[in-house]
Every structure is written in structure tokens, then in C-alpha cells.
Design a protein around this ligand. Sequence first.
Ligand SMILES: CCCCCCCCCC/C=C/CC(=O)SCCNC(=O)CCNC(=O)[C@H](O)C(C)(C)COP(=O)(O)OP(=O)(O)OC[C@H]1O[C@@H](n2cnc3c(N)ncnc32)[C@H](O)[C@@H]1OP(=O)(O)O
Length: 238
Amino acid sequence: MSLQNPPVNSLSLEFLTDICISVEKLEMDKTCRGLIITSSLPKVFSAGLDIMEMYGKSPERCGEFWRAVQEMWLKLYGSNMVTIAAINGSSPAGGCLMSMTCDYRIMADNPRYSIGLNETQLGIVAPFWFKDTMTNTVGHRTTELSLQLGQMYNPAEALKIGLVDQLVPEDQVSHYSHTNHDQVTTPDRSKSMMRKPTIDKLTSKREADIQNFVSFITKDSIQKSIGMYLEMLKKRKR
Ligand SMILES: CCCCCCCCCC/C=C/CC(=O)SCCNC(=O)CCNC(=O)[C@H](O)C(C)(C)COP(=O)(O)OP(=O)(O)OC[C@H]1O[C@@H](n2cnc3c(N)ncnc32)[C@H](O)[C@@H]1OP(=O)(O)O
């Protein structure tokens, strides 16, 4: 599955819905042995959630958006397929979350790229299931530091903390993803055993999580922080 939503593969409601439909189709395809997620765009795996979906939108629309974010996570984290993230560019926030849903992460060894949960930099708090996914990937202490600082990691740092499993030359990300994927032929039952408690936690709190998101994101102070962050993104470009 090659992500293609220019300019930066931000995860809008529409794009998330497309991703969910694609994953669902693959999940039902008995001939499909697994999934490699990568990006068709240069330099960016995914810029994370589409910030415009969280800025100046109605509570109803925000709720619909958040349900789609949850759905993407539930489908990928709970997938019966062997999944590999072939991270061929930067992968902040929701992009990092998407990578962490996979069984294995291969990243392009380009020091210009970065990956991490940077929500704190936007003045927002990473939801509990983002935090749980990171804890399951890199451990409690690293997650605590990482979330408090909104830390982004270059590839070497990401490998060191275990946020990615392997660094490869930029032009060989696809080759290594396929080679690694071929070595794992059957999805292991231990995957669902390890992930079920985390998945059950969100499933049982799904509606409350949507309500929390909507009331948090529509607060004036949070809208102001997001607006300032968007301005900063645009200025940085010039
Ligand atoms: C206590 C109660 C708790 C309740 C729970 C509430 C919880 C709320 C949690 C919400 C969770 C959010 C997770 C997220 O994913 S938020 C998104 C975070 N993403 C980012 O911060 C990424 C920002 N982008 C970048 O760093 C860079 O763009 C890049 C990905 C490194 C690529 O850099 P590059 O130089 O190639 O590209 P540009 O920066 O020039 O960007 C091109 C245009 O794209 C726009 N852009 C970038 N990122 C996003 C985005 N995520 N959404 C929407 N738009 C984005 C950028 O502004 C440029 O637009 P322009 O061309 O119009 O200027």
C-alpha cells in the first residue's frame, strides 16, 4: 500500500477512509500474505493527521474525523496480516503512529528524516492509545520522555531506542521490505495475544475517547495553539 496524498500524505477524513477500505479488502483477500506500507511521495512517509481537520471544524465533523483515526488504528494494529512499515521519509505524530501499528519498521538512513510523536509541540496531548502503542514499542521510560518533550528522532536515534528495527540505504527501502516480508510467511498468534489488551482498551472506551477529543480540540485555547502551529509551518517554508 503506497500512500499518495500530496503534498505530505496528511491523514484527512477522506484519506483515512480510503486506507481503511484498502486494508479491509486486503484482509479479506485469501491470497494476500501481508502488507507493506510505504509512501509514493519524496521525503515524506506521512505528516500525520491533517491539521486542517482539527482547525475551525464543527464538533460533528471533528467526531467523524476522530472515529476514522480510531478505525485506521484498530484495523492496522489488529491486522491478521504480517505488516511492515517501509518508512521512506519523515513520519511525525500520526505518521509515527501508523508505522508503530506495523510488525516491523524499516527506515531510510537519511539524517534529514525524522520520526516521533510530537503532539506536545502543537500544544496538544497524545491520546492514551497513541501512548500505549509507543509504550508497547519502545518501553515506558522512553515513551514518558518522548511524549513530554514531543521528541522527534533522526533515523540513528530511532534505531537506538527501538522505534524502528532496521536502517537501510534510501534507495533500498523497498527491496529490504520485500526481503524481510518474504521471511515471515504466517501471521503469528502471539501478535494478537500481545496486542489484544491495548485494542480492547480503546474498543471499550471508543465513544468516550471521541467525546474527549471533540471537547478538547474545539476549546478556544487549543484552536489558538493549532492556529499558531499552522502559521509556524507556513513561515518555516519561506
Ligand atoms: C486531556 C484530553 C485529551 C483528549 C485527546 C485529544 C488529543 C488530540 C490529539 C491529536 C493528535 C494529533 C496527531 C497528529 O498527527 S497532529 C499532526 C502533526 N504533524 C506535524 O506536526 C507535521 C508537520 N509537518 C512537517 O513537519 C512537515 O510538513 C514535513 C512532514 C516534515 C514535510 O516537510 P516538507 O518541507 O516536505 O513540507 P512542508 O512543511 O513545506 O509542507 C507542505 C505543505 O503541507 C502542509 N502540512 C504539513 N503537514 C501537515 C499536516 N499534518 N496537516 C495539514 N497540512 C500539513 C504545510 O503547511 C504546507 O502547506 P502550504 O504549502 O499550504 O504552506
